[in-house]
Design a protein around this ligand. Sequence first.
Ligand code: PMP
Length: 412
Amino acid sequence: MSIDRPIYMDNASTTRTDPRVVEAMLPYFTEIYGNSASRNHSFGWDAEEAVTIARGQAAALIGAGPKEIIWTSGATESNNLAIKGAARMHAKAPAGSTGRGHIITATHEHKAVLDPCKRLEREGFDVTYLEPPSDGIITRKMVEGAMREDTILVTVMWANNEIGTINEVPEIGALCHERGALMHTDATQWVGKMPTNVESDNIDLMSFSSHKLYGPNGVGALYVRRRRPRVRIEAMLDGGGHERGMRSGTLNVSGIVGFGKACELCSEEMAEDAERLFKLRTRMENELSAALDVVAVNGHPDRRLPHLTNISFGFVEGESLMMGIGNIACSSGSACTSASLEPSYVLKALGVGDELAHSSLRLSLGRWTTEEEVDTATRGIIKAVKHLRSMSPLYDLHNEGIDISTINWQSH
Ligand code: PMP
């Protein structure tokens, strides 16, 4: 059977809000609408109680205490607060030429990590950007090699949003604790999908986001460790002193209720979801590589999220591929900037060439992805790639055994 309607395979970008989450949120628009900071009436108390329950649900998902959850507007804000907040709070006095302190991150992090790091460089901090090997994994050893006396903070994402590869985060956290540095991880793609325990995983600061785990948009959280060590960060927003002074602003109660409910559902269902989606992804990858040659899965073959795959298709042109796959909603290896199509900097960091980066697809499955959808999408991709290659003189040359990288294209 085939499906005519669009097939959603872009869950790493955002997820459908679980209807059970929407149901939990609804009373908080029209019935329980108080400001959770209002201390002198029941409208405020009821809202505060709901926020407290959600704090417990989010904390339980990651093995934290409820007071260690700081609500934000999403992972972008959480990353900014964690990175700038920790660096500025722990800045060393600019004595001599040593600068204000050292931060370690990697070149294939999300922009919501890289851009705050760049801003800190302008403020006088030193930043080391680790370059990933072709499998995309940042290891403890790599971080160890970059550690300095004045390293304040290491920020390494748990799972990469484009290729799903899983860095050695608990190991890097342990190293940070041995060396007296703080460990922040952007766990936006990880939390809610894979088991997380900030205690045994040695995390001090961790960003995650509601809309990636079947909750509503515009809500996120930052885990901030309270004990061993007590982590202190400088606020970015000054105002009413909400969230223990770390993030002022009236709380988005309905959104937080939804995020909490989404966390609770993930705690209960993520193991089952991961197993099912891993089987579907494997089926998809196997079918694609059985039907097509010159395909490559990007990143480490095993050490990656179970529901995501990033595949390059040789001898097809990226934009034509996106057009060709029509009703499959997914991301490509081209990042749309204002005027031009840039090849993905993540794939480039792994050493994937510009052409192949453009002709890559990120397919990310989710809670509602069905076997039928996977099969229809797989057939659609195979058909599109075969069609494009049937018109490709380069693919003909390749089939004749000519290594096109050796051809001198200049005319004489
Ligand atoms: N970090 C990663 C790894 C992400 O995938 C995303 C979302 N694309 C973000 C941060 C930003 O999250 P948000 O949309 O919640 O601001």
